[in-house]
Write a protein that binds this ligand. Structure first.
Ligand code: ZN
Length: 172
């Protein structure tokens, strides 16, 4: 695969302070070459110079340790990244967008509307009912294992910096 998301640290990247339980902080994706790097900032450092403009960012909260509940996937983050990747032809970004599309179909955010073949390239047409709009995503024909691996990594890195265990991915 030609894309990667890297996690930078366990606390605020600027002041190195670890986040405490229930603390709200900001997470951001930065694009550096072929790699997405995720960086976390405490709220006071968020306003400082971040060394570049983030590709996407969102607010996160440190989950309470005593909670045994499963982490909830932040669909808004995935949707935001998906939409920002539209029209981007870099290989790693197309791969990421494709995997995001599959994931969002699986989670019933998107509906698979149809398939289109044009110039030897297959595309999937998605319908997004919430905004009544369609998206076209190039079908990259990734192997199932590749899709699974990227999906698991993606969810973990986008949503759960504080869960070091593997995030279960629903494969049905
Ligand atoms: Zn800080």
């Amino acid at each position: 695969m030609e894309w990667e998301i890297k996690r930078s640290s366990n606390g605020c990247i600027l002041c190195n302070r670890p986040f405490s339980g229930d603390e709200e902080y900001c997470s951001a994706l930065f694009e550096e070459g072929n790699i997405f790097i995720r960086k976390d900032f405490c709220t006071s450092c968020w306003d400082k110079d971040k060394d570049g403009w983030p590709f996407s960012f969102w607010k996160t909260k440190v989950p309470k340790k005593d909670k045994s509940a499963q982490p909830v996937i932040n669909m808004d983050v995935l949707l935001d990244v998906f939409m920002r990747l539209e029209g981007n032809n870099e290989t790693h970004q197309r791969n990421l967008r494709y995997v995001l599309a599959l994931y969002l179909i699986r989670k019933k955010v998107f509906k698979l509307k149809s398939l289109k073949k044009q110039d030897k390239e297959e595309s999937i047409i998605l319908y997004y009912p919430k905004e009544d709009r369609e998206f076209t995503v190039v079908d990259l024909n990734l192997k199932e294992e590749e899709v699974e691996a990227i999906t698991a990594e993606m969810c973990q890195l986008l949503n759960y910096p504080y869960f070091d265990h593997e995030v279960p991915v629903n494969t049905t």
